[in-house]
Design a protein around this ligand. Structure first.
Ligand code: C2O
Ligand code: CU
Length: 465
């Protein structure tokens, strides 16, 4: 970063208060760093307090990694080892899942599948090589719906050996909060901005709006991470020329011009934006409700001339898909609001359970007829096999399906979509996704709308060595 005096401040803004590129008065309230850079050898999860709203007086009780929501996170260089001792000071079991990282299965953080849960007061040593550069994140994989909603998430940034030339590289983590009138967490979930005793708030790096002072022609890398438990974000911007450089950490061979983006829960996008707004104007990113999540006020005359369009990021290693003779697996997702699922098997029960028994267990979703984690995998595939999951969503909601341990591509008539680790499958849609099973182990496949996974929408795939 060229200017160390650059500051990020907290404020609450709406686009109505900020028509395209007009000046925004703001009061610096708090300084934060957007470039997570915590070295050290441990990650601690513990209760903490935070102020999440503009002008909040009494703090919110949260659960935090290393004292802040989101956690400051980890920055490592591609090809190095990441070693962190996870210390659990929460009042319940937990683990860490390193989302999107192609990882040694024993380090994937899924209790009951890849490791034992870390009990209250316990610890676990995570130690793995990070092969891919990109924007990733980490979160617990134990009681995930509650633990994420209470604040446990942090960026994991793996730097390229030769990073692109930018004036600032900002990891921007978006969280969602449901707060009561006393500013305490009163629920979780997708909750829109509904009136009533609870209210729904997004934060970026813990603030209602993240503000980063800039100049015309500056080039910023914005790494946006949807760390909400269940909210699909639809983002638009003004005051800059942007390129979509990477999705879910994986570079696009051909970056495309940014004209807004949908980010499902757990998805990431790397943007390179060149500020076009002028002195006194503010470039911004906002959500579909008009709340400004990122404000880039331009202060001063341009200090440099415009750069040529950014070159693609260097690709990460990828095994080639071989579609001929690929292993095909049908995946059918059923369910809906309580009661829509008429029968499903549940681990530990031989006979399918009926509607009321499922409701009593809080289960409302199934994958291939099983609600919750099944004893047997969806498929047991051989190392190196190309696998095609035909995912059928028989329900009227979209789902953000996430596969652990590898990235996949959507199979399109004309070829393949970009590499992703999480993909939004629309209402009543069917999608084929393909990957090479090049990483042995037991890998979860689940919905990252965590209210859905907690109520049954989870399964796993086994890759046998
Ligand atoms: Cu980010 Cu299984 O999750
Ligand atoms: Cu879902």
């Amino acid at each position: 970063m060229r200017n160390p005096n650059r500051r990020m401040v907290v404020m609450g803004l709406t686009a109505s208060a900020l028509s395209a590129c007009e000046a925004v008065p703001y009061v610096p309230a708090k300084t934060k760093t957007a470039t997570a850079n915590v070295s050290g050898s441990r990650v601690k999860a513990a209760p903490a307090v935070a102020k999440l709203r503009a002008n909040q007086t009494n703090p919110t009780q949260v659960w935090a990694f290393d004292g802040t929501v989101p956690g400051a996170g980890v920055r490592v260089t591609q090809g190095t080892r990441l070693r962190r001792r996870f210390v659990n000071a929460l009042p319940q079991d937990s683990t860490i899942h390193w989302h999107g990282i192609r990882i040694d299965n024993a380090m994937d953080g899924v209790p009951g599948l890849t490791q034992d849960a870390v009990p209250q007061g316990g610890a676990f040593q995570y130690d793995f090589e990070v092969a891919d550069a990109g924007t990733f994140w980490y979160h617990p994989h134990s009681n995930s719906f509650e633990q994420l909603s209470r604040g446990l998430s942090a960026p994991l940034i793996v730097k390229e050996k030769q990073p692109p030339d930018v004036d600032a590289d900002l990891a921007l983590m978006i969280n969602h909060w449901v707060l009561d009138s006393n500013n305490q967490i009163s629920g979780y979930g997708p909750g829109k901005n509904a009136p009533g005793p609870t209210s729904s708030h997004l934060t970026v790096n813990g603030a209602p709006t993240l503000v980063w002072e800039t100049r015309q022609n500056e080039r910023l890398r914005l790494r946006l991470i949807n760390a909400t438990a269940a909210r699909v974000l639809r983002l638009r911007g003004a005051g800059f020329e942007g390129q979509v450089m990477a999705l879910d950490g994986m570079p696009l061979a051909q970056p495309r011009r940014f004209s807004g983006i949908t980010l499902a829960p757990a998805q990431r996008v790397d943007l390179i934006v060149d500020v076009t707004a002028q002195d006194g104007e503010t470039a911004y990113l906002r959500d579909e409700f008009g709340d400004v999540l990122v404000a880039l006020p331009v202060a001063g005359q341009a200090s440099r001339s415009a750069r040529p369009v950014a070159a693609p990021l260097p690709p990460n290693r990828e095994s080639a898909l071989v579609m001929q003779g690929a292993r095909r697996v049908d995946v059918v997702m059923r369910g809906g609001q309580m009661g829509a699922l008429s029968a499903a098997r549940v681990m530990g029960a031989d006979e399918p359970l009926g509607r009321s028994a499922l409701i009593a267990r809080g289960l409302s979703w199934s994958i291939n007829g099983v609600a919750g984690m099944p004893k047997d995998p969806l498929a047991d595939v051989g190392l190196g096999e190309t696998v095609v999951l035909r995912v059928r969503n028989t329900n009227g909601l979209a789902h953000a399906m996430h596969l652990h341990g590898t990235h996949f591509r959507q199979v399109l008539g004309s070829g393949f979509g970009p590499l992703r680790d999480t993909i939004l499958i629309g209402p009543n849609a069917t999608m084929d996704i393909a990957f090479v099973a090049d990483n042995p182990g037991s890998w979860m496949f689940h919905c990252h709308m965590l209210d859905h996974s907690v109520s049954g929408m989870m399964s796993w795939i086994k890759v046998s060595a």
